[in-house]
Design a protein around this ligand. Structure first.
Ligand SMILES: O=P(O)(O)OC[C@H]1O[C@H](OP(=O)(O)OP(=O)(O)O)[C@H](O)[C@@H]1O
Ligand SMILES: O=c1cc[nH]c(=O)[nH]1
Ligand SMILES: [Mg+2]
Length: 211
């Protein structure tokens, strides 16, 4: 596997991911689990955020205490629809982060990503971007999202997903070797329809009950 992929294999994440994969898991439960896993993944992805020190007073004493140096400089970019599930959980942890949206859907025949929406903060050149989407299958959506974001030149880009296929990771890193990917698991392969095997099915449909 490429050195540019970090697999976050914490036992809590793996347990919750197994529940998400199961066909009998309801829409409500699936949404709840994605939110919980999103928080756990965000914990790892934000590990290197810079800190600064501010003088505060506890009930006992004054101290120089660490706070995030640039909370408002982070932009979470959701690839709609399914990215919304991860976005919501990360915003609970970093409430001052800015938010962008890229609307993409996979053409069922060509499997190419078709863009239908793009809105990001205007001053993105001064900001660090975390793109979120639970699924990286062929990698076409992830590549299209990063292609588009590089046009507006953010300071840095990371990509966070829940499940990835080896074929998609290879494609992504051929196109964007500079972008680190974080994922909870790398599955076996893609099927003939471009779905991840064993995967969890269509993330957007399971999240919103549009099966
Ligand atoms: O790596 P790829 O082969 O491009 O597949 C991954 C994409 O497929 C899903 O979106 P989908 O097109 O189903 O849209 P949706 O979120 O609106 O359901 C998923 O959320 C990714 O964006
Ligand atoms: O397995 C897959 C592949 C693409 N998109 C999904 O939601 N699931
Ligand atoms: Mg879908």
């Amino acid at each position: 596997m490429s050195a540019k992929v970090t697999v976050i294999d914490h036992p809590l994440i793996q347990h919750k991911l197994t529940l998400m994969r199961q066909t009998q898991t309801s829409t409500a439960k699936f949404r709840q689990l994605l939110k919980e896993i999103g928080m756990l993944l965000a914990y790892e992805v934000t590990r290197d955020l810079p800190l600064k020190y501010e003088l505060i007073e506890t009930p006992i004493a004054k101290m120089n205490a660490p706070v995030l140096a640039a909370e408002k400089k982070i932009v979470i970019i959701s690839i709609m629809r399914a990215g919304q599930g991860l976005l919501d959980s990360i915003l609970e942890l970093i409430p001052s982060a800015r938010v962008g949206h890229i609307g993409l859907y996979r053409d069922p025949t060509t499997r190419m990503a078709i863009e239908y929406y793009f809105k990001v903060p205007q001053d993105i050149e001064q900001r660090d971007v975390l793109i979120v989407d639970p699924m990286l299958a062929t990698g076409n959506s992830a590549v299209a999202a990063v292609d588009r974001l590089k046009e507006v030149n953010p300071k840095s880009i990371k990509f966070l997903c829940l499940l990835a296929a080896p074929e998609g990771l290879k494609h992504f890193h051929e196109q964007h070797p500079d972008v680190q990917i974080y994922t909870a698991a790398v599955d076996e392969r893609l099927d003939e329809h471009g779905y991840i095997v064993p995967g969890l099915g269509d993330a957007g449909d399971r999240l919103y009950g549009t099966l």
